[in-house]
Write a protein that binds this ligand. Structure first.
Ligand SMILES: Cc1ncc(C[n+]2csc(CCOP(=O)(O)OP(=O)(O)O)c2C)c(N)n1
Ligand SMILES: [Mg+2]
Length: 666
C-alpha cells in the first residue's frame, strides 16, 4: 500500500504530549485486550469488532479536536470513543450490558455514544454515520462556532450510497467535515481492491475535495496531518478526506476464523505496530524505559479496576424495557374548535407554509432542507419566500434523500430542530435506513442520550395517474417502527396545528400531507393554534355506525356519511389525525354506542393501519360489537397509471357508503 505525501505542517510535540499519545493508545489496546477476554468468558454478551493494531489512527485523528467537536464512528469504534474522551469504565459497563453503561445497556459495542462528549455514535450500519456527521457539521456551520466534525469510516464504506450522498452534500455546502478513512485493507473478509474500482484519493478528487494520505500506524504523523486539516476546516475550507493506512490484527469480529488472509501478512504488520513505532520515538526523545513501563502499569491497573467496578454494576431492570423509546411530549391543551371564517379562509398549502414560517421565526434552531425548498420554494410552492426571509436556514439540497434525512438526524442530535423534506412518500425506499435504524432507534440505543427533534415532511396522494412510484400511502410501514411518530392531517387548520406540534416535538416525526388536499380551503386558526400529537377527534357525530379514517379519506368518509343520512343511517366519523401515537379512546367510546366499526384508509388493506385498529377494538370493545369490523382501502396491487385501473384500485365514498350500509344492516 502506498502512503501518499503528508501535506500538513509537522510541529515538534513536547515529551509530555508524546507520552499522553502513548497513554491513550495503551488505554485503547488494554481496553480491547480485556474486551476480547470478557467476550470469550461471555461477560460481553454481544459480538465485538476490535481495532487492535489501529490505535494510532484513532488517537492521532482525535488529537487536535476540541471537546465541542463531534465524531461519528463505526462498528469498530472503541478506539474512536476512548480517543474522544470517553471513560473506559462507562464503556466496559456498556459492553457488559450494565444500566450505568454509556448507553444504559441499550446499545452495546456497535452503538457506543455520548453526545455530550461529541460522540454521535458508533454505528452498526456501514457508512450510516457519514450523513449523520454531515448533519452535525451543518449544525456547526449554522451556529458559526467554529466546531468541526470527524466522520470515521472503513475502506469498505465508500461503496455505500450513503457515503456518496453525504460527501457530495458536504462538498456542495462546504461543511466543516473531515472524512477520516481507516484503510485497514479489508472490508469484512474482502480485500479493498475487490470493493472499490478507484482509490479514495481519486474519488475525493471527483467531489472536488482535498485528500490527505497518512501513515495511520504513526500517531505523530496522523496527529500532525490532522492538525493541519482541522485548522483548514475550522477556517472554512470545506470538507477534506483523510486516509490513514493501517491494519487490524484481530479478525473482523472476535471468533472470525480469518481464512481470507495469510498469517504472515498479519505478522509483517505487527513489525509496524503503532505502539512500537511510538515507543521508539519516545526513547529517541529521551524518555526512559522505566517511565514507559510505569505508564504501561498504571494504565493496566486503571483498566483492571474499571473491569472490576463494571462487574459490580447492575443490569437494567426488565421493567424499564419501554424507557427511551418515545420522549415525553410537550403538553398542549386541545385547542377550541377553529372559528368558522372569523380570521378568513386559507388553503392546506398556506397552512404548511405558515406553520413553517411561524416555527422558523420562533426558534433559531429550526431549519428547513430538501430538494428545491430554498430558492425553488418547493415543487408545490409550499416554502416560497422562506429562503428570502430566513436565509441559510432554508436550504436546497442535492437529490440525495439519505443525506437529507441523515443530515436531519445529525443536526437533531446536535440539538437543532431540523425540518427536512422527502418529496414523495414513495421515496422512503431510498433513505429508509436513516429513518428505520437511525432516527427511530438512536434515542433508545443511546439510553435517551441522543436528542432527535427531527421532522420529516413528505406527501402522497392517488387519483391523478401519478403511477406506482408517486402515489402510495405507506404510513403503516412507518408506524410499525417503534420510536417514530406519524402524522396525517386532513384539514388546513389541523395541518397548521399539527405541523407546529411536530416541529416542537422532541421525537422523530414523519409528517405526511396529501397533495390532493393542498388546494382545500378551510377556516384560518389563530396564529398560536397548536394540536397535541395523538388526539383523534370526532368530526361528525352519529349513532348507528362508526367510521374511523385519516387524511383525505376522512372527507370521503364524511361524504359517505352525508349520503347515508338521507337513507336514515346515522354515521359517526372519527379523524385519527396521527397514526402514531394512535389515540383510540374516541373510537372505543364511539363503538360502545354504535356497536359497528368501519376503518377507511387510502393504503392497501393487507397489513394496513386498519389491521391494528381492528385487532385492538376487537380485543378491548369485543362485547360492544354487533357486527364484524370492516376495512376499506386500496386493492393489494401497486397504484396503477391508467385512470380506469386507478379508479378500480382507489377506495372512495361509494365503497365506504356500501360498507356502512352492510354494517348498518347487520
Ligand atoms: C449496510 C451494512 N451492510 C453490511 C454490513 C455487515 N458489515 C459489517 S462491517 C462490514 C465491513 C466493513 O468494512 P470496512 O468499512 O472496511 O470497516 P472495517 O471492518 O475494516 O473496520 C460489513 C460488510 C453492515 N453492518 N451494514
Ligand atoms: Mg476495512
Amino acid at each position: 500500500m502506498v502512503v501518499s505525501a503528508e501535506r500538513s505542517t509537522t510541529r515538534p510535540y513536547q515529551a509530555s504530549e508524546l507520552l499522553e499519545m502513548h497513554r491513550r493508545m495503551l488505554v485503547i489496546r488494554g481496553f480491547e485486550q480485556r474486551v476480547a477476554k470478557l467476550y470469550r468468558a461471555s461477560e460481553v454478551p454481544g459480538f465485538v469488532h476490535l481495532s487492535i493494531g489501529q490505535e494510532a489512527a484513532a488517537v492521532g485523528a482525535c488529537w487536535p479536536l476540541r471537546s465541542a467537536d463531534a465524531i461519528t464512528s463505526t462498528h469498530r469504534g472503541h478506539g474512536h470513543c476512548l480517543a474522544k474522551g470517553l471513560e473506559p469504565l462507562a464503556m466496559f459497563a456498556e459492553l457488559m450490558a450494565k444500566d450505568q453503561g454509556t448507553n444504559r445497556g441499550r446499545g452495546g459495542s456497535m452503538h457506543i455514544a455520548d453526545p455530550d462528549l461529541g460522540i454521535f455514535g458508533a454505528n452498526g450500519i456501514v457508512a450510516a454515520g457519514i450523513p449523520i456527521a454531515a448533519g452535525a457539521a451543518t449544525a456547526a456551520q449554522m451556529r458559526g462556532d467554529g466546531d468541526v466534525v470527524v466522520a470515521f469510516f472503513g475502506d469498505g464504506a465508500p461503496a455505500q450510497g450513503a457515503f456518496h450522498e453525504a460527501v457530495n452534500l458536504a462538498a456542495v455546502w462546504e461543511l466543516p467535515l473531515i472524512l477520516f478513512c481507516e484503510n485497514n485493507g479489508y472490508a469484512e473478509f474482502s480485500p479493498t481492491r475487490t470493493q472499490l474500482a478507484t482509490p479514495l484519493a481519486q474519488r475525493a478528487g471527483g467531489y472536488g475535495i482535498e485528500h490527505v494520505g497518512v501513515d495511520g500506524n504513526d500517531v505523530v504523523a496522523t496527529a500532525a496531518a490532522m492538525a493541519g486539516v482541522v485548522d483548514r476546516v475550522r477556517a472554512g475550507s470545506g470538507p477534506v478526506v483523510v486516509e490513514a493506512i493501517t491494519y487490524r490484527w484481530h479478525g473482523h469480529y472476535e471468533g472470525d476464523p480469518e481464512r481470507y488472509r495469510d498469517p504472515e501478512e498479519v505478522e509483517s504488520w505487527k513489525e509496524r505496530a503503532p505502539l512500537l513505532v511510538h515507543e521508539r520515538r519516545l526513547r529517541d526523545s529521551g524518555i526512559g524505559a522505566e517511565q514507559i513501563q510505569e505508564l504501561r502499569s498504571s494504565v493496566a491497573a486503571e483498566l483492571d479496576r474499571a473491569v472490576e467496578t463494571a462487574r459490580q454494576l447492575d443490569v437494567p431492570a426488565p421493567g424499564t424495557l419501554g424507557d427511551f423509546v418515545v420522549r415525553p411530549r410537550p403538553t398542549f391543551p386541545e385547542p377550541p374548535s377553529v372559528p368558522a371564517g372569523d380570521l378568513g379562509i386559507f388553503r392546506t398549502m398556506d397552512a404548511v407554509h405558515d406553520a413553517l414560517e411561524v416555527e422558523l421565526a420562533a426558534d433559531g434552531q429550526v431549519f428547513l432542507a430538501g430538494i428545491d425548498v430554498g430558492e425553488g420554494g418547493n415543487v408545490f410552492g409550499l416554502t416560497r419566500g422562506l429562503r428570502d426571509e430566513f436565509g441559510e436556514r432554508v436550504r436546497d439540497t442535492p437529490i440525495s434523500e439519505t443525506a437529507i434525512v441523515g443530515l436531519g438526524v445529525g443536526a437533531a442530535m446536535a440539538g437543532m430542530r431540523p425540518v427536512v423534506e422527502v418529496m414523495y412518500l414513495d421515496f422512503l425506499g431510498v433513505c429508509f435506513d436513516q429513518l428505520l435504524n437511525q432516527a427511530a432507534k438512536l434515542p433508545f440505543m443511546t439510553g435517551g442520550a441522543a436528542k432527535m427533534g427531527l421532522t420529516v415532511r413528505t406527501q402522497f396522494g392517488a387519483g391523478r395517474s401519478s403511477g406506482s412510484q408517486h402515489s402510495q400511502s405507506l404510513e403503516a410501514l412507518l408506524a410499525h417502527i417503534p420510536g417514530l411518530s406519524v402524522v396525517m392531517p386532513s384539514t388546513p387548520a389541523d395541518t397548521y396545528g399539527l405541523l407546529r406540534a411536530s416541529i416542537q416535538d422532541p421525537n422523530p416525526v414523519v409528517f405526511i400531507e396529501n397533495r390532493l388536499l393542498y388546494g382545500m380551503k378551510g377556516p384560518r386558526p389563530p396564529v398560536d393554534h397548536i394540536i397535541p400529537l395523538g388526539s383523534s377527534v370526532v368530526v361528525r357525530p352519529g349513532a348507528d355506525v362508526t367510521v374511523v379514517s385519516v387524511s383525505r379519506m376522512v372527507h370521503e368518509s364524511v361524504a359517505a356519511a352525508e349520503s347515508l343520512a338521507s337513507e336514515g343511517i346515522s354515521v359517526e366519523v372519527i379523524d385519527l389525525r396521527t397514526v402514531a401515537p394512535l389515540d383510540l379512546e374516541p373510537v372505543m367510546e364511539s363503538v360502545a354506542r354504535t356497536n359497528r366499526l368501519l376503518i377507511a384508509h387510502e393504503a392497501v388493506v393487507p397489513f394496513g393501519i386498519g389491521a391494528e385498529i381492528a385487532a385492538r377494538v376487537a380485543k378491548e370493545a369485543f362485547w360492544h360489537l354487533d357486527a364484524p369490523i370492516e376495512r376499506i382501502g386500496a386493492a393489494p396491487t401497486p397504484p396503477p397509471y391508467a385512470p380506469a385501473l386507478e379508479q378500480a384500485w382507489l377506495p372512495g365514498r361509494e365503497d365506504i357508503a356500501a360498507a356502512l350500509r352492510r354494517l348498518a344492516a347487520v
